[in-house]
Ligand binder design. Sequence first.
Ligand code: SAM
Length: 246
Amino acid sequence: AGTLYLVGTPIGNLGDFSPRAVQTLSEVDFIAAEDTRVTLRLLNHFSIKKPLLSYYEHNKRARGGEILRRLEAGENCALVSDAGMPAISDPGEDMAALCAEHGIPVTVVPGPCAAITALTLSGLPAGRFCFEGFLSTGKKSRREHLAALAGEERTMIFYEAPHKLRATLADLRAAFGDERRVVLARELTKLHEEVQRMTLAEADAYYAQNNPRGEYVLLVAGCPPAPEEPAEGGMERARELAAAYM
Ligand code: SAM
């Protein structure tokens, strides 16, 4: 059987496309792309000529089967999304799962991911974090999603489209409170890259006055851990131990 190559693409700056990514796209038999027009621009920039097949949210079931048959017949396929790592809030996850299920070799050519790029420069604790992707648009499932994060101590990472940013900031403020720290990482790796660090109340107020522009990753600080209740007799035992070491 052939191999499925999951290839990361730039999130803005074409200089981030690696030589290995260029080589992989040049050598596979065909490329499955989220939006073939977007990928064609990338291919043209790197002078790569390759047959393209669309693979996106609404055709991925049928297309997945077709790609699987071609892999089984020995062809190699590279799968890319419009920007960043395939499978991260993007198509690719199902194709990787389908190949795993059918014993088709899968490998990856890593590239930038907006979530990790934003976390890296946020200044928020990065040792443990949780990626929450896009909040759903449905009011109820959105509320449930945020309610489930009420006690989350890790840094939380969200993706959001610019036209929904205001509503999302308002919901984050309602869920986590005025004083919770938020970092808005905008237009990463692009000309107007910007990082805003503020409280949720400040972010909400700022974007009531200013139009959101470009692409954003939102990072919300985790809640401070609850102070540990000393267990029954715990304090007494601690004092004894401390005295023994004096
Ligand atoms: N697969 C991509 C990845 O690995 O990051 C994510 C794709 S998701 C459909 C698109 C979202 O990623 C945007 O709405 C935005 O939240 C975030 N994003 C992508 N590129 C970005 C950039 N250059 N700066 C800030 N956020 C970006």
